[in-house]
Structures are given as C-alpha cells and as structure tokens.
Write a protein that binds this ligand. Sequence first.
Ligand SMILES: [Cu+2]
Length: 492
Amino acid sequence: MNPFRPPADAWSRRDFMRNSMGSFALLCTIGGTETLGGKKVVTSAARRARAALPFAPFQRDLPIMPLLSPVVSEPGVDVYDVDIREGLAEILPGFQTPIYGYEGIYPGPTIRARKGRAAIVRQSNRLAFDTNVHLHGGYVPAAHDGHPMDIIEPGAKFDYSYPNDQDAAFLWYHDHAHGRTAKTLYYGLLGAYILHDERERELDLPRDEYDVPLILADHAFNKDGSFRYSENVDLGFRGDTILVNGAVTPRMRVERRIYRLRFLNASNARSYDLRLGQGREMVQIASDGGLLAWPVRRTSVPLHPAERIEVLVDFRDFRPGSEIVLHNDAGESSTKAVMRFDVVRGGPEDARIPRGRMRTLERLPAPNASRRWDLTLATTGGVQWRIAGRGFDPTRIDVRPRLGSTELWQWHNPSRRVHPMHLHGMLFRIVERSSGVVHRGERGWKDTIGVLPGETVTVQPWFAPYSGKYVFHCHALEHGDKAMMLQLEVVA
Ligand SMILES: [Cu+2]
C-alpha cells in the first residue's frame, strides 16, 4: 500500500473515493469518567464523549515528541539536520497511518533553542513535491522565513538560519509552500520549536519533563487507518477525532507537581475552548510571543488555529488517583474530550507559580498609519477568500511599512467564519476588540489573532527587527491556500 500522492491535485479524486467508503466507526466503549478525590464522577462532557467519539478515549499514554539533537555545536550556533520525508505513524492502535513528516514522524521532533544562540536547520526535501519551512512566530530574516514562493525542490536542501534573538516563546515550524498547506500540515509537516531564555529561568518555571508541548489537531480516518481529508474552502477542514501529540484523546500520568502545559492549535481550521475538569483554574503565563507581563488565572482557554497559550497547572490540588479530563467546550460532541491527566504521587517541588510581574512589555512607537483589512468570501469563479478584496499575488506588494515603525491594523470580519490572522517575521499587540474588552491573556505579544464573525479587531504590529518581503494571511489553512494572503515589504 502506498497512499502517497505526489502532486496535491492528484489527492482529490482518491480522497473522494475514500470518503465514499464511510468513516471508521469503532464504537466507543470505555472512558468518560472523571475521578475527583477518589470519587467517580461521570461528567456531562464525558457522557457526551462516550456517546459520540469514534474512537475510545484515554486508552493511550500521551506521546512526547523526541528532541532533535544538533549534529554540530559550535561557539554560538547549533546545527541541525532534518529529512522531510514520508513515514508511518501508529496513531490508531494496530494501524500504520501514512504521513509526511520531519524526520518521517508526526508531529516532527521538538527543537529546544536558547536565546542568544543561533540555530541552523538544514532541511532536505526527500518528498516528491516542493516544500519549505516557516518558523511560525520567529524573528527571522526574510530569506529564511519560509515565504510561500521560496521553496525547496525535491532532492534539494536549504539551510534555515534562525538568530534566536528574541524572548523565550513557544514557536513552531511547518510547511508553507503556497497553495498546499492545508494538506501538507494535515498529513504531518509540523513540529514544536521551543525557545528558552534567562528571564524565564529566573522565574523557576517547571522544566524538562514538567514542561510539556501539547499539539492539538482534529483528524478523520479511513478504514485502513489512513488520514481522511476532504476539502471545504468555506468552512475549512473539520475532523471528528482530536489528536494530542499524534495520539487519539490520550491520557497523561502527572505527578502531584506544577506542570507547564504549552498548547498549540495545529488544526487546519478548528477553534478550541479548553477547560480543565469541573472548571479548575489554570494560570496562563504566556501567549504566542512569550511571557505575559502578569500571570492570568482563567478557567477557559480559547485557542484558534496556530495560536499558542501556555498555562501552569498545580496538580498538588488533586489527590493521587484523580483523573482530570481536559475538555473542549467549542464544537461538536465527538471533539469534547481532548485528553486526561491521571494524578500520581510526586516528589518535592522546586518550581513555583509566579504571583507578580513576569516581564516588562516594550513600549511601542506611536503608530504612523491606520489600515483596514476586510475579510470576505468571494464566490465568483470558485470560492476564494479575500483580504481587502484581494487574493494572494506574489508579484504584488500590498503594503510597505517602514522598518521599526508601528501601524494600527483593523481586521474587519463581516463573514461567517473565524479568521486567525497571522503576520510573518514580527509580532503585534492587540489594541481593541469590537466584541468586548481585550482579555488580559491577550495583552502580550501575539503573531496570530482569531477574528470572530462580525468582529473588528485592531492590532498594532511592530515592523521589526528585519526589513524585507513577508506575508500575512489567514491561518485557517484552506483560507490561506485560497488565497487569503497578502505581501508586505518592510523597508529600511
Ligand atoms: Cu480565514
């Protein structure tokens, strides 16, 4: 069996044939209870999950992506070597799911880097089609950003140079070759890139195995265990099964300690609203661009595609034997249960939850322009998404901000879909949401913002630190591919 289809266009007919086979309908038989302090509670979300999940939840331990080791470490720089290739992943027990993967695995290996120490990642394209790599959230020179038109041809390689000259943040890397990202990310081309710094270390946050990336993505499966994909340019892809780090609704054994959980929404187009157990508090410490100024206690964590939110959870609040379900409050019933934490005894704790200020956010220069970007669906000549009436044209520069300046950008969304708008190579702050106040968890640095239907969100990008040609686009992948993406050139 070789289900790999080299050119993207060849996928659709086969996908259509697969869809007609119907979905893999294993009935869920187990799971859905939550044990709190020795008492078993069947929560309503758990009941719904049991009724609706296509696969039994909490049967498998949470996988942790392997760390990528440098092939060379020289003064000031680590060099990594990655093959982008086909692979097989055991996502459903007993089935081999064909994927595209960095090092042939899904999700790809995690890179942990340190601020002030550069990384060179040599990416070799062993696939049969063009690809490239975008470091999402990174301050990266334009030539290394993974612009959609800068591609690595089959058999070729490219050395991506990452200065790592920004504050600690949970970044991620993924394919960005134009027009295909919905399929290539769905089939596995993504991984975590965690940047650490001294400031973070001073805060005594949980480290090592207590610092856990959690990559969420919704998928669907064919009978043979392969991923099932069906294109919907308007809605974006929606799967009936939630994967965390490449496992279906897994369980994670946690000690009675503080954990740092780093959530990444790597779904094509699904938004989440994460809740822990029966409304337990999580302490949000970071968003896309790194630490917030102050920790924020919240019971609900909304997460749109490509966004990251980091929380601390103190499992000392639970007795050994407790089973705490992480729920998704948004979306249909089969996507309600995300994963479960099974609490066991732990040793002495050396991490702590910050109570006061964690960092000082930079003061931005006053904005020197104001722009409005309407986010709309065009239906003449096929369904296409537009930003300010335009679709992606690599030969056109849509806006030329000055290096080091800021502007006010208004995302105006009259459509019926959420648009997670992402700016490459730089960060922004949220100024205003027409739907209400800006949540304290959104007041730090961001690179992606979910603009809700009917909403206008004003952000203030800081066009730094590099000049050059970048893109900004919708991160609902089907929207970005068709063709909700414009170009900016930051001019010195
Ligand atoms: Cu969109």
